[in-house]
Design a protein around this ligand. Structure first.
Ligand code: SAM
Ligand code: SF4
Length: 444
């Protein structure tokens, strides 16, 4: 059976790309001048991701970069977020920020004045349009949270609420610190403040869950939610409490076949309720898509500020012409010291080769239901269209014949069935891309 696609974390654009600094040095043409034209836009635009690394407690399934705070200096944290934003804006020479996303951790635990300060910093150094999408991830916990109204006043205009489940017993298993009622209250408050701009996160494939109970739960959620839903298939992450519980047989999660059924029925239910799927895990009504996340899937530039944040941008101030993949130092106290000393806490950076950039464009773009258009591909690959790159592969042809992949005058995309097994479609596509790149290198 084909492996189901990973329906998790795709929205964050946080997955680290490339493990060695040497991979980034190769270039298909060797021309740095040409490199400056890759990347689609003239690249003075970017989105901004800000990571708030603290949570009140650890959910049993989560291995994100998060810490339980012990005596955090809010003043120092705020100053560091402002300083790193300033540094990365200067380094990238970005002149326009098109959206901002405060993720975590639990950014709804941050003082609203910190959120406002970061936005003001971005606005001081670049053009940040009044209507630019500014999202805040919100935990519906009743403890320690500022009111959503304060965040709204600080400049947030979109909320993403971590509902996860409507069943209180499941919320306990997941280690969440809120009830389903708390989530409903938060959702209603968010909808009053930002009608049409509230998203809910929900996890399926939870221990003991059946397809029928999932379908009923989703129907119930759709009857109260706003116009955006992100569906996450539970991933058992090594090192988490849940992983251990499953390993020792205390709990069990649904098998691959059931997970695939859950995904399939969710897509159908969402469709019936008017939600269009625009990405593997994301569904929107009334066009309420997340423009911030679309930028990741379309291979746009982004700056990542805060402990463990990821970024992709050209460091123009240093004379750079290649896009870099960057990750900031994970541990908040160490990150803060680095920012105080250097102005930023970048722990690792790798220049992406042309091939690596194309790999990202393909991997991210195929997560979108619209796939990668010819025009979009040409912006990154002016010398070789899809036919030239993929035409020689019998494996890719086979995927088309099996109805999983479509290559037509619109571009390259997954079919309905293909999107559900995207992870298994990518290896032959990436292999063919690499072979094409090697051939071009040999010819050049
Ligand atoms: C890391 S959280 C940050 C937002 C916020 N702290 C929250 O929990 O709602 C972002 C999303 O990732 C989901 N997530 C984290 N670990 C996951 C896992 N192992 N499997 C599926 N979803 C996961 C969370 O449930 C949440 O909806
Ligand atoms: S609140 Fe969110 S980030 Fe924090 S542990 Fe739970 S899922 Fe992870």
């Amino acid at each position: 059976m084909l492996k189901a696609v990973s329906r998790f974390r795709s929205t964050m654009g946080r997955c680290w790309y490339g493990s060695s600094g040497t991979r980034g040095k190769e270039s298909s043409s060797g021309s740095e001048l040409e490199t400056a034209t890759w990347g689609g836009s003239p690249s003075r635009e970017a989105t901004l991701y800000v990571h708030w690394p603290y949570c009140l407690r650890r959910c049993s399934y989560c291995n994100f970069n998060k810490y339980i705070p012990r005596g955090v200096s809010q003043t120092a944290m705020r100053a560091c977020l402002e300083r790193e934003t300033e540094t990365l804006l200067q380094l990238s020479q970005v002149s326009r920020i098109t959206s901002v996303f405060f993720g975590g951790g639990t950014p709804s635990l941050a003082p609203p004045s910190t959120i406002a300060a970061v936005l003001e910093t971005a606005a001081r150094h670049t053009h940040l349009e009044g209507g630019a999408e500014v999202t805040l991830e919100v935990n519906p916990t009743p403890v320690g949270a500022s009111t959503l109204r304060d965040f709204r006043l600080a400049g947030v205009n979109r909320f993403s609420i971590g509902v996860q489940s409507l069943h209180d017993e499941d919320l306990k298993v997941l280690g969440r610190d809120h009830s389903s009622e708390d989530a409903m209250r938060t959702l209603a408050e968010a909808q009053c403040l930002c009608p049409g701009r509230v998203s809910v996160d929900v996890i399926f494939g939870r221990p003991g869950q059946t397809v029928e109970s999932w379908e009923m739960e989703l129907e119930e959620l759709l009857s109260v939610c706003d116009d955006h839903v992100s569906l996450y298939q539970l991933t058992l992450e090594r090192g988490t409490h849940l992983f251990k519980q499953v390993q020792i047989g205390l709990l069990s999660t649904p098998g691959d076949g059931i997970m695939a059924q859950m995904y399939d029925s969710a897509r159908r239910i969402l469709g019936k309720q008017g939600f269009l799927q625009y990405e593997v895990s994301n569904f929107a009504r009334q066009g309420a898509v997340s423009s911030h996340n679309i930028n990741y899937w379309k291979g746009g530039q982004y700056l990542g500020v805060g402990p463990g944040a990821h970024g992709r941008f050209i460091p123009r101030q240093e004379g750079g012409v290649l896009r870099e993949a960057r990750i900031q130092t994970l541990e908040p106290d160490v990150w803060m010291k680095e920012v105080q000393h250097w102005g930023h806490g970048t722990r690792r950076k790798v220049s992406l080769s042309h091939l690596e950039l194309l790999e990202e464009v393909l991997m991210m773009g195929l997560r979108l239901t619209e796939g990668v258009s010819h025009e979009h591909w040409r912006q990154f690959s002016p010398d070789a269209d899809f036919q030239q790159v993929l035409g020689g592969s019998t494996e890719v042809q086979e995927l088309q014949e099996r109805g999983l992949l479509v290559l037509d005058d619109r571009g390259l995309r997954c079919s309905w069935e293909g999107l559900a097994v995207l992870d298994s479609l990518l290896p032959p596509l990436l292999l063919q891309l690499q072979m094409h790149s090697c051939q071009q290198g040999a010819l050049g």
